[in-house]
Design a protein around this ligand. Structure first.
Ligand code: IMP
Length: 192
């Protein structure tokens, strides 16, 4: 296998989590291969978006790569925001507005069960693999913590009273959807 592996993301928080988890592996970023354009993610499922992003990089740059797509699925909201997580409160993709929208919709709701779902699409020498990581938990009643990104400050993983935004990257990676998917990715790469 060609040793270069590109993580197809421009999200600096995701890149930081991936670097912590895969430390020691030679991972490149999009800028390293000259990819500065925004990669389309217009599929109607989380899986579809992960595939779309990884295929874009494979087809255009011919490098082994992986892409992650993530959604927050809230039981009382029928699985929303799901694939629409980035633009739940509008096309401006404002994370603060997205969190407020969820808290607002959940104001009088007793069932606070939710989960994060990450799907990673890995492409090695043209062969595609999908890897899923799930973190079950609940939606808080107010924002908690300053760390992390996206919906982290309104989500407590199962058995925890702290939100992801109150955890270090190392702690979040042990419990999180992305951390779990990356554990599987590491195993797979050990076998390639
Ligand atoms: P995407 O996977 O980059 O498309 O992210 C979709 C939405 O989910 C964005 O609003 C992100 O900020 C949010 N998001 C993605 N991963 C996480 C996470 O690990 N914690 C909290 N929010 C996340």
């Amino acid at each position: 296998m060609n040793k270069t592996l590109v993580f197809a993301s421009a999200n600096k928080n995701k890149i930081e989590e991936v670097s912590h988890k895969l430390g020691g592996m030679p991972i490149k970023g999009l800028a390293d291969i000259g990819c500065i354009e925004e990669i389309p993610e217009t599929a109607d499922t989380i899986e579809g978006n992960a595939i779309m992003k990884a295929r874009y990089v494979w087809e255009k740059y011919q490098v082994n790569c992986f892409a992650d797509d993530t959604g927050l699925e809230v039981e009382a909201l029928g699985g929303r925001p799901g694939v629409l997580s980035a633009r739940f409160a509008g096309e401006q993709k404002d994370s603060t507005a997205n969190r407020h929208m969820v808290l607002d919709l959940m104001k009088d709701e007793l069932n606070r069960c939710a989960r994060f779902k990450t799907v990673i699409c890995l492409i090695i020498d043209g062969k595609e693999m999908l890897i899923e990581g799930i973190a079950d938990g609940h939606i808080t009643r107010e924002e908690r913590g300053e760390l992390g990104f996206g919906y982290d400050s309104i989500f407590c993983p199962m058995t925890q009273s702290r939100s992801f935004a109150q955890m270090s990257i190392e702690e979040k990676n042990i419990l999180s959807h992305r951390g779990k998917a990356l554990t599987t990715l590491k195993k797979i790469l050990g076998q390639v």
